[in-house]
Design a protein around this ligand. Structure first.
Ligand code: SAM
Ligand code: SF4
Ligand code: SF4
Length: 371
């Protein structure tokens, strides 16, 4: 038989409806988990569908013609998303990132952006409203997204070489169209734009220096991301992870770098600047240098489940609370209760050995929960 078979457990249907605490306490603008981490960021997955089949995220063997995506009725409506987001903002969330799947595939996404952009922090500030995209539809949508109130975009691009990029997206999508999308976003004022490159050993590690050269001196900040053991369908192996230290070593050998301080405590990327003054890069060491102790991020899945960690095996069904007619106060208390109980720190506990074994554990896919 050709190819390997990787058991995939469908985590999308696991039920866990959060309980409503007997006494409801109004949100105070700040809620901490068991490890003292505040709730500051919310990632919202607006679709589980994608027009790419990146081999490390939605491999075609699993996400093929017979794969069943969520039906329209399972998705949170825009009104539901905004209602939940407003409750999170009252608990201290200041940054919202739309993701997926490919978020620009969600119909009328500009309308959602416009609705979310009306939300304000408890002290009246605008949110940092951003979106991560594969860039394929960005040229068409950048201007409308900006007008709707989007602040910035992050674009994923794993190679500057067409053949390598096509091997990675697995749908024959050319680099030139993503670059065109990045330029359109820049023209529309959706900056500073970050470019995310996931580095998978043996696939695109030869593209580290060419990508650095391409974006050096541009207005865009290139960030290298370690290939993570998210989900179960990508067949992750530790020896395919290229440590960030190796990325920095490779680039520094030809384009000398110097370390920069973090912009803020919870920043996930370590920053490096080119010594000749032509910009900076970032490295995100999710595997080799976990940043769980600073992880202030909640994730809302396409169908309204709250995940307190990218590696959590189950979510908390907020959609059920909405559709059962609970009040904002009740849902707010339930969310605070979930966050206060949070003690996730998967990456800190991971080791090469356990992560290898963990391919048999139940984990949700990145395309469902949102990266
Ligand atoms: N489709 C959009 C995109 O690709 O930008 C948004 C969703 S995607 C799941 C979000 C980010 O997760 C992308 O930058 C992608 O490269 C990254 N990603 C997906 N699978 C990953 C993995 N196994 N390890 C590290 N990053 C991954
Ligand atoms: Fe789609 Fe983004 Fe996953 Fe690639 S990384 S398959 S573009 S969701
Ligand atoms: Fe946050 Fe979980 Fe990732 Fe740690 S493993 S940084 S807790 S999402």
């Amino acid at each position: 038989m050709a190819g390997k078979i990787i058991p995939v457990t469908d985590q999308r249907t696991l039920e866990a409806v959060p309980s409503i605490p007997l006494i409801q306490v109004p949100a105070t603008g700040s809620v901490a988990d068991r490890l003292g981490r505040p709730l500051n960021d919310l990632r919202i997955s607006v679709t589980d569908r994608c027009n790419f089949r990146c081999v490390y995220c939605m491999p075609a063997e699993t996400f093929g013609k017979s794969y069943t995506f969520l039906p329209q009725t399972s998705l949170l409506s825009f009104e539901e998303i905004v209602r939940i987001a407003g409750i999170f903002v009252a608990h201290g969330v200041e940054k919202i990132r739309l993701t997926g799947g490919e978020p620009l595939l969600r119909k009328n996404i500009e309308q959602l952006v416009s609705m979310l952009s009306q939300l304000k922090t408890p002290d009246g500030r605008e949110l940092d409203l951003t979106l991560t995209t594969n860039g394929s539809l960005l040229a068409k949508k950048a201007q409308a997204l900006k007008e709707a109130g989007l602040k910035r975009v992050t674009v994923s691009l794993d190679s500057i070489d067409d053949a390598t990029f096509k091997r990675m997206n697995d749908v024959d999508f050319p680099v030139s169209q993503v670059l065109h999308g990045i330029d359109a976003a820049h023209q529309a004022g959706l900056g500073p734009i970050k470019i995310n490159m996931v580095v998978k050993g043996g696939l695109n590690d030869h593209e580290i220096v060419p990508m650095a050269r391409h974006f050096k001196g541009s207005p865009f900040i290139l960030r290298f991301i370690e290939y993570m053991d998210v989900g179960t369908s990508n067949g992750w192996k530790m020896d395919e992870v290229i440590p960030s230290s190796e990325v920095v070593r490779c680039i520094n050998a030809v384009l000398p770098l110097a370390a920069l301080d973090a912009n803020y405590a919870a920043e996930t990327a370590a920053r490096w600047r080119y010594q000749d003054g032509s910009g900076e890069i970032g490295v995100i060491s999710s595997v080799t240098q976990a940043f769980c102790s600073n992880c202030t991020r909640a994730r809302l899945s396409t169908e309204g489940k709250l995940y307190t960690c990218l590696f959590a095996s189950g979510g908390h069904d907020l959609r059920a609370l909405l559709r059962r007619g609970h009040s904002d106060e009740e849902i707010s208390s339930a969310i605070a209760h979930v966050w206060r109980a949070r003690d996730n720190r998967y990456s800190e506990l991971r080791s090469a050995r356990t992560a290898g074994l963990n391919q048999t554990l139940k984990k949700v896919e990145m395309s469902y929960i949102g990266g």
